[in-house]
Write a protein that binds this ligand. Structure first.
Ligand SMILES: [Fe+2]
Length: 450
């Protein structure tokens, strides 16, 4: 009997349907992202950090199989038990795993088999939910929701990883043809280049602020416990740093002046011979970059992206500012809308910066002066990714989701053009090592009071 024909075995008025609708929406979006990819594209691993598309398809499926089906379906027997080894990422408590840097060597299962695996697990999840009573649903729902958010994280990685794969290819493959943003708001933003101006700084007084998630709705464990933090007075730039501003840093010899760089950053710049953000090339005296819509001239009005923490920090020093702390960022984002250029806009690239110099006298709320806090580019903060006071990872394999990475990484805030709108929060803490550049990472300046 198919799920569609199945009578309701529980009283949960539409609960299962709602859970499954959301589940399928996220699962289908992953598949939709792959539209236009050829089988050869799914398999390449261009560096250890970037997993093949096929691996993302299977790993997100493994998550639901491992943490839901194996746990809640009595006598569950995986169709292909070896997938547990192949598609475990880093969960030691869930068993051994294949080497991360060798994921590109795996030609089997084929793309078709990976897609079949997805469909098979989806149908098992459907059956489980349709047969579940309310008590069982209470147990399953938090993990199902976690699995959905996990998949949305992998959707972003799938995009940045295929960008890296295509970025190595002299043919400059196009992932999606260039297009304007869907929303009217976006059209207004992108159609008014003359209104763009220099950024300004928005001032915030010293305050004690509640930091972290308040428990309403889903959040990762690393967003809590909510706690009070004293945030001294600071100022935050009204918008992210643009390509045009970053080119001034490059042309001003920023990459060759050690006084702006952290020691580790200076070592990295010299070892890696960085001269510009990832994907940038100088072509006949002008900067060009590879985008998911192909190779094109750098637009000076777009937020700069694909910069490391080291570059963000060096730029801030050069510009006479600094990076914000994650607490300053969260405080500044507290009352503003979560709006911006997200993956649903299908631009797959940061949008030109918004109006910045036209703040009218009537506007009093500080958040109205801040633009592009969400979407476009993840904003590096100067905060080390560490536990909030009182944080404890949950016991078991799912405790490995966040807690064990709280070392040698920096927090990024706000989401990017590859993040889902329904995935980001004001309290969301993304994190990467300071030398990483393949995510849509950018810069917003802060400064101390004069
Ligand atoms: Fe994962």
């Amino acid at each position: 009997m198919s799920a569609a024909e199945r009578p309701h075995l529980h009283s949960g008025s539409g609960r299962v349907e709602r859970l499954l609708a959301r589940f399928h929406q996220v699962r289908n979006f992953t598949n939709a992202l792959c539209t236009g990819l050829e089988p050869e594209d799914y398999v390449v691993q261009s560096m250890p950090d970037a997993s093949p598309t096929k691996w993302h398809l299977a790993h997100t499926t493994w998550f639901f199989e491992t943490f839901i089906l194996k746990k809640f379906v009595p006598g569950y027997r995986p169709e292909i038990p070896e997938y547990a080894y192949l598609f475990n990422s880093y969960y030691n408590a869930a068993g051994d795993m294949h080497r991360r840097d060798l994921r590109g060597l795996i030609s089997r299962p084929t793309v078709t088999e990976a897609q079949r695996y997805r469909a098979s697990i989806d149908s098992h999840i459907e059956n489980l939910l349709f047969d579940a009573d309310e008590k069982l649903l209470d147990d399953i729902e938090p993990i199902l929701v976690l699995g959905r958010h996990h998949e949305q994280q992998h959707q972003e990685l799938l995009i940045t990883d295929i960008k890296h794969v295509f970025g190595q290819n002299p043919l400059h493959p196009v992932f999606r043809a260039s297009r304007a943003r869907h929303s009217a708001h976006a059209e207004e933003r992108t159609a008014t280049p003359t209104r763009r101006g220099p950024y300004r700084f928005v001032d915030f007084e010293e305050a004690t602020v509640a930091i972290g998630h308040d428990g309403r709705g889903f959040a990762y464990d690393n967003e809590g416990p909510r706690h009070q933090a004293l945030i001294p007075a600071f100022s935050l730039a009204s918008r992210p740093v643009t390509n045009g501003e970053y080119i001034a840093f490059i042309e001003g010899n920023g990459y060759r002046r050690p006084e702006f760089w952290l020691s580790l950053g200076w070592m990295t710049v010299n070892e890696q011979r960085w001269q510009a953000p990832l994907y940038w090339t100088k072509h006949d005296g002008a900067w060009w970059h590879f985008t998911l819509s192909g190779f094109r001239p750098v637009d000076g009005s777009e937020p700069v992206t694909h910069v490391s923490y080291f570059e963000a920090d060096a730029y801030a020093n050069w510009a006479g500012g600094r990076l914000p702390t994650e607490f300053e960022w969260e405080r500044a984002a507290l009352d503003g809308p979560i709006d911006g250029n997200f993956v649903e806009d299908e631009l797959f690239h940061p949008a030109p910066t918004a109006v910045a110099s036209t703040v009218s006298a009537e506007k009093t709320a500080q958040n109205e002066d801040l633009h592009q806090m969400f979407g476009d580019v993840w904003e590096w903060t100067r905060s080390a990714y560490s536990p909030y006071p009182g944080y404890r990872a949950v016991p078991g394999a799912l405790g490995e989701y966040n807690g064990k990475f709280m070392c040698n990484q920096y927090v990024l805030r706000g989401g990017s053009c590859a993040t889902s709108r329904s995935h980001i929060r004001r309290t969301y803490r993304n994190f990467f090592q300071p030398e990483k550049r393949w995510q849509f990472t950018g810069i917003r300046l802060a400064r101390d009071p004069e």
